[in-house]
Design a protein around this ligand. Structure first.
Ligand SMILES: CC(C)(COP(=O)(O)OP(=O)(O)OC[C@H]1O[C@@H](n2cnc3c(N)ncnc32)[C@H](O)[C@@H]1OP(=O)(O)O)[C@@H](O)C(=O)NCCC(=O)NCCS
Length: 86
């Protein structure tokens, strides 16, 4: 929140299948358009990572579009592309 306005949001899914207790997923990450490129997305991801790690999760998976998606953003955070789904 900034000046009473939501700057961004992230949804972290921890409710994974019983046989995948090591996994967590970034379901949605969004920074308000006029607040982008000021570190909001990074702060949200670092907090999501902290919560996932504290919950014992060792694999965190975001998904994004191949065209005009958030690939460069996630790569800067150290994520590695694992494949393309169609
Ligand atoms: C992706 C998104 C969440 C990034 O949020 P943000 O608050 O602007 O991110 P940050 O300011 O923390 O950016 C950190 C770095 O990521 C990279 N980055 C962020 N947006 C980028 C873009 N559009 N193109 C290339 N690199 C980008 C940059 O290296 C940036 O550092 P810099 O500004 O010093 O160059 C935001 O652009 C967004 O809401 N996009 C639409 C929704 C979306 O694609 N969500 C993710 C998939 S669910």
């Amino acid at each position: 929140m900034e000046a009473g306005e939501l700057s961004g949001t992230v949804t972290l899914h921890l409710d994974t299948a019983q046989n995948q207790p090591h996994r967590a997923e970034i379901a949605k990450l969004m920074t308000r358009i006029h607040r982008r490129r000021r570190g909001v997305g990074t702060a949200l991801m670092l907090e999501a990572e902290r919560i996932a790690r504290d919950g014992g999760r060792t694999q965190l998976t975001p998904e994004t579009a191949t065209e005009d998606g958030a690939g460069p953003f996630y790569e800067k955070l150290g994520f590695i592309e694992a494949g393309v789904t169609r």
